[in-house]
Design a protein around this ligand. Structure first.
Ligand SMILES: NC(=O)c1ccc[n+]([C@@H]2O[C@H](COP(=O)([O-])OP(=O)(O)OC[C@H]3O[C@@H](n4cnc5c(N)ncnc54)[C@H](O)[C@@H]3O)[C@@H](O)[C@H]2O)c1
Length: 372
């Protein structure tokens, strides 16, 4: 007789009851995870243990009528990680994204996380992860604001009025304690204004919507960019105030002069080193085109900036091994591409809460494995 195995299934309602929307707690957990990343107490996929994940992208055309065809934001993605420290757990986020899903009453991307015992490899939990992913993504700029924003930041501009931008603001507002005004910039004024109204009602801050990107950037001490790739965002160096912090959660670029005169801090430079190496494998005319922060990779490739191997990660700043903000005048750009370590770490925290609260449904894998 072998060992019986079961795992906990947590649907979205269970996840909410278990605290997945607790932004303040997620910021603290992520701070801890950044520390583990900087110490090296984690493993991600690929030869260098630093891969974001493996994308399943579809061809531009296919002779098979059922095969999906490439389109913006159309992919499946597997994102595995082992997380050390008190977490000591392996897991994976698995999702699919299709930009037309909202027309079907579905979110653009649909996400699940599976957690496994790092030793026996048995599944521990299978969980609805749309909220895990949204909250973990939003809390990253929250941690960055905690460490990198200048004191007395009063104006925050959010570029993009979609769910990711909202999740980012929900975390930033907890860390930027002296915030007075919020500007929301979107291509669609009605989306920007609706988000501004939400901010006013939820946080009692002065808020307004605009479609004028320059005006939103010029006014801000803290800028959070989380727009889709509908229209590429390019900013002029002169628009960014002394002392400002700009955070790229979605694609954005600034004039080269900005990067030459400001500090760039990455969510995890090891992962960007893997991305950078992948770009070098592409034909010259396809390099450094797609991805968050690729324009900075190009400047590194051209020798205009120090190589990615010398770059600073937020975890290094948190652990005190590299400098973060060094003056109130310094401008800082924080780039985040998303790490499976956060999905696994935050999911594990919610799984632990669910166990304590008796939430979810235990599912049987087997009473005794048939093949033993
Ligand atoms: N870094 C990460 O960890 C991470 C994780 C999840 C999502 N993302 C990225 O975040 C971005 C936003 O995701 P979402 O689900 O909220 O997207 P969404 O499509 O629901 O909303 C994006 C908003 O951006 C607006 N927009 C597009 N181009 C713009 C421009 N030039 N100026 C102003 N507004 C513009 C759109 O009108 C839309 O309202 C996506 O690019 C996604 O890939 C990053």
């Amino acid at each position: 007789m072998g060992k019986s195995t079961g795992f906990l299934y947590l649907n979205e309602e269970d996840m909410i009851k278990a605290g997945v929307l607790d932004v303040a707690h997620c910021i603290d957990v992520e701070e801890e995870l950044f520390g583990l990343l900087s110490k090296g107490d984690y493993v991600m996929g690929g030869d260098k243990h630093n891969a974001h994940g493996i994308a399943l992208k579809f061809p531009k055309e296919s002779p098979f009528p059922n095969m999906p065809i490439d389109a913006p934001d159309r992919r499946f993605m597997a994102m595995p990680a082992y997380v050390g420290g008190r977490f000591h757990v392996a897991g994976q986020k698995w999702y699919g994204s299709n930009i037309i899903n909202p027309q079907r009453g579905l979110p653009r991307s649909i996400l699940m996380v599976m957690l496994n015992d790092a030793d026996t490899c048995e599944p521990l939990a299978l969980m609805s992860a749309n909220l895990v992913s949204a909250v973990r993504t939003g809390c990253v700029p929250g941690v960055a604001t905690r460490y990198l924003a200048r004191k007395g930041a009063r104006v925050c501009s959010c570029i993009g009025a979609g769910p990711v931008s909202k999740a980012c603001f929900d975390a930033i507002v907890l860390e930027a304690k002296e915030l007075e005004e919020v500007i929301i910039c979107d291509l669609f004024i009605e989306k920007a204004e609706a988000f501004a109204k939400e901010v006013e009602e939820k946080y009692h801050l002065k808020a307004r919507g605009t479609t004028n990107l320059e005006e939103a950037i010029r006014a801000a001490d803290i800028i959070s960019v989380a727009a889709s790739s509908l229209k590429p965002i390019h900013l002029d160096n002169s628009w960014l105030k002394p002392g400002s912090l700009i955070m790229f959660t979605g694609r954005c670029n600034i004039d080269e002069d900005f990067y030459l005169s400001s500090k760039v801090i990455w969510d995890h430079a090891g992962m960007h080193e893997v991305y950078y190496d992948e770009h070098l494998l592409l034909p010259e005319n396809e390099r450094f085109i797609n991805g968050i922060g690729v324009e900075i990779y190009r400047m590194m490739y051209e020798g205009k900036l120090p190589p990615i191997t010398e770059a600073t990660s937020l975890g290094d700043v948190i652990n005190g091994t590299r400098a973060g903000r060094e003056s109130e005048e310094e401008r800082i750009c924080f780039v985040t591409g998303g790490l499976p370590v956060w999905d696994v770490g935050w999911s594990y925290e919610i799984y632990q809460n669910a166990l304590k609260l008796g939430l979810g449904q235990m599912l049987k894998l087997w009473d005794s494995p048939h093949l033993n």
